[in-house]
Design a protein around this ligand. Structure first.
Ligand code: HEC
Ligand code: HEC
Ligand code: HEC
Ligand code: HEC
Ligand code: HEC
Ligand code: HEC
Ligand code: HEC
Ligand code: HEC
Ligand code: HEC
Length: 282
């Protein structure tokens, strides 16, 4: 409610200012017209004024400043429709520049709808707040991000928890999106499909038979990355881990297991897969 009010006041302000200056300043008038009507030729010389490198959409910057920034800054990554001055693909020229639709609908007019791509959406994406991470016009960072990847993630997530475990620390400090999708995923924790195989042996190539959670790319059903108390980044000690999913009472009835109650499951079974259907080590 509060924000709606601010937006209305802002739009109203723009209307009033535009009316005041429409006849007084030919240059401003040009800016307003070329904002509202794509294709108005650019003025030869436009004064330079400074805008924040990564403009937050929450920052209320005047149209004039935005246009000048557009005309004069070359070191920014520009959103293609913005660069091509297709302002009206997002803004409504009949409503003094208000966006045609709110995010994420506006973005999904041209981009894949993440609701259709992923089973689970990342918090801010589920909430439709694309602009918590992206600037719709320009940014000095890649992919129109409002902050460098890492800083962006750690602006909402607790760094102390994320890099608690030493094993992947360096990778985690370098890039979160080596393992995570920023938008969503089809497994727990929005892990990118196959991302672990970028650096580790690919079990799909190695084994004839794959253990079900490995086959479905759910490494995180057994391994963590950030905070684990067990060796090999396991989320539980091996025996507890296996009996999370396998009924130990049933198991110990079978001939093969009768004498092995105290044994570590991974002494006989490869937890990932094998050349036989019970993944028994040769
Ligand atoms: C890809 C869609 C898109 C395109 C293309 C686009 N804009 Fe925007 N623009 C937005 C969104 C989203 C906002 C944020 C609106 C809000 O916060 O309510 C915005 C905000 C603005 C604002 C308000 C400034 C602010 O910080 O609140 C101005 C002025 C503006 N745009 C001008 C332009 C101009 C001029 C062009 C063409 C050169 C353009 N826009 C092209 C999506 C776009
Ligand atoms: C009118 C069509 C259109 C709309 C609406 C639109 N985009 Fe884009 N966007 C493009 C095009 C075209 C590209 C460049 C080609 C590509 O990467 O798909 C692009 C690229 C991007 C990129 C990648 C930039 C890069 O440097 O690689 C991001 C991020 C992005 N858009 C975010 C958004 C967000 C967020 C919104 C909503 C506020 C939005 N887009 C709305 C057309 C659009
Ligand atoms: C939590 C932050 C965050 C939110 C929220 C977010 N994005 Fe992104 N987006 C990213 C990051 C980070 C990348 C770059 C991924 C990479 O480089 O691997 C990206 C990349 C993109 C790209 C470029 C595609 C590509 O694969 O390079 C598009 C398009 C895009 N986002 C659109 C959107 C839209 C639309 C929304 C809102 C529905 C949105 N994003 C919400 C962080 C976010
Ligand atoms: C604007 C705040 C914000 C930013 C920025 C942000 N996140 Fe999140 N993230 C959230 C929220 C909110 C949740 C949902 C928490 C919940 O459901 O308990 C979440 C959940 C997650 C989860 C676990 C849940 C899941 O299955 O998706 C991961 C992993 C994650 N974020 C990674 C990232 C990464 C990587 C980045 C940077 C690209 C990032 N986040 C940036 C707010 C943010
Ligand atoms: C960018 C490369 C990279 C990616 C991606 C990566 N790892 Fe690692 N991983 C390493 C390195 C380096 C080590 C430490 C050296 C070693 O023991 O191999 C390690 C160690 C491990 C260990 C402990 C090995 C041991 O002997 O103690 C496990 C388990 C592991 N990673 C699982 C995963 C899982 C699961 C994923 C996906 C979520 C993943 N890794 C993604 C590079 C990577
Ligand atoms: C069913 C549980 C389970 C799943 C799912 C699982 N692992 Fe493991 N992983 C283990 C166990 C248990 C160990 C420790 C084996 C040992 O100590 O003998 C291990 C060890 C590892 C190691 C250390 C090297 C080694 O072989 O001892 C790496 C790397 C690893 N796993 C990567 C992965 C990746 C990548 C995935 C997803 C493709 C994955 N794991 C899925 C249980 C699992
Ligand atoms: C090497 C792969 C890898 C990298 C790099 C990585 N993560 Fe993760 N992340 C995981 C795995 C696996 C899980 C699930 C188990 C766990 O919590 O450790 C996870 C879980 C999470 C969760 C959910 C934690 C929870 O318990 O709900 C968040 C949030 C998260 N990661 C954020 C980040 C951020 C932020 C970065 C970058 C600073 C990052 N991750 C880098 C692999 C990675
Ligand atoms: C996240 C759940 C999960 C965990 C944890 C898990 N398994 Fe499994 N395991 C499965 C599923 C699902 C199957 C397939 C069962 C089926 O097809 O009936 C399976 C199959 C097997 C099989 C093949 C025989 C069969 O019934 O198809 C063996 C052997 C096995 N698991 C051993 C282990 C061992 C050893 C561990 C611990 C390192 C372990 N599992 C941990 C889910 C799990
Ligand atoms: C001493 C070696 C050994 C140990 C230790 C062991 N297993 Fe097995 N397991 C086997 C053999 C051999 C088979 C094949 C049985 C057969 O062919 O009838 C088997 C079969 C299985 C099967 C598929 C058939 C069934 O009985 O359901 C599962 C699941 C399984 N083991 C899980 C486990 C788990 C979980 C643990 C740890 C609690 C474990 N095993 C410990 C040797 C072992």
């Amino acid at each position: 409610m509060f924000f709606d009010k601010i937006k209305n006041i802002r739009s109203l302000g723009i209307v009033i200012i535009s009316l005041l200056f429409w006849n007084c300043s030919p240059k401003f008038s040009h800016d307003v017209q070329s904002f509202l009507f794509d294709g108005v030729p650019v003025l030869d010389k436009v004064e330079v004024s400074v805008v924040k490198d990564s403009m937050s959409v929450a920052d209320s910057t005047s149209m004039l400043i935005t246009r000048r920034a557009y005309d004069t800054r070359n070191d920014l990554n520009l959103h293609e429709p913005y660069q091509k001055r297709e302002c009206s693909s997002c803004h409504d020229r009949n409503a003094m520049g208000k966006t045609k639709a709110p995010t994420p609908e506006l973005c999904y007019e041209c981009h894949d709808n993440f609701n259709e791509t992923y089973a689970v959406l990342h918090g801010p994406v589920a909430a439709g707040n694309c602009s918590e991470c992206h600037n719709p016009h320009q940014s000095k960072f890649k992919k129109l991000l409002i902050q460098k990847g890492q800083d962006l993630c750690l602006s909402c997530h607790d760094e102390a928890l994320i890099v608690a475990d030493k094993i992947h620390k360096e990778i985690e400090e370098e890039s979160c999106t080596t393992c995570h999708s920023a938008h969503g995923g089809n497994n727990n924790y929005s892990l990118l499909a196959g991302s672990c195989y970028e650096c580790h042996d690919n079990y799909e190539k190695e084994f004839k038979f794959l253990h079900a959670p490995v086959a479905s790319d759910n490494c995180s059903q057994c391994h963590g990355s950030h905070e684990t108390d067990n060796p090999k980044l396991l989320i539980a000690s091996i025996d507890n881990l296996c009996t999370n999913c396998h009924d130990s009472k049933e198991l110990y009835k079978s001939e093969a297991h009768k004498k092995t109650e105290d044994k570590n499951c991974a002494e006989c079974h490869d937890p990932h897969g094998g050349s036989n259907e019970n993944f028994i080590f040769n």
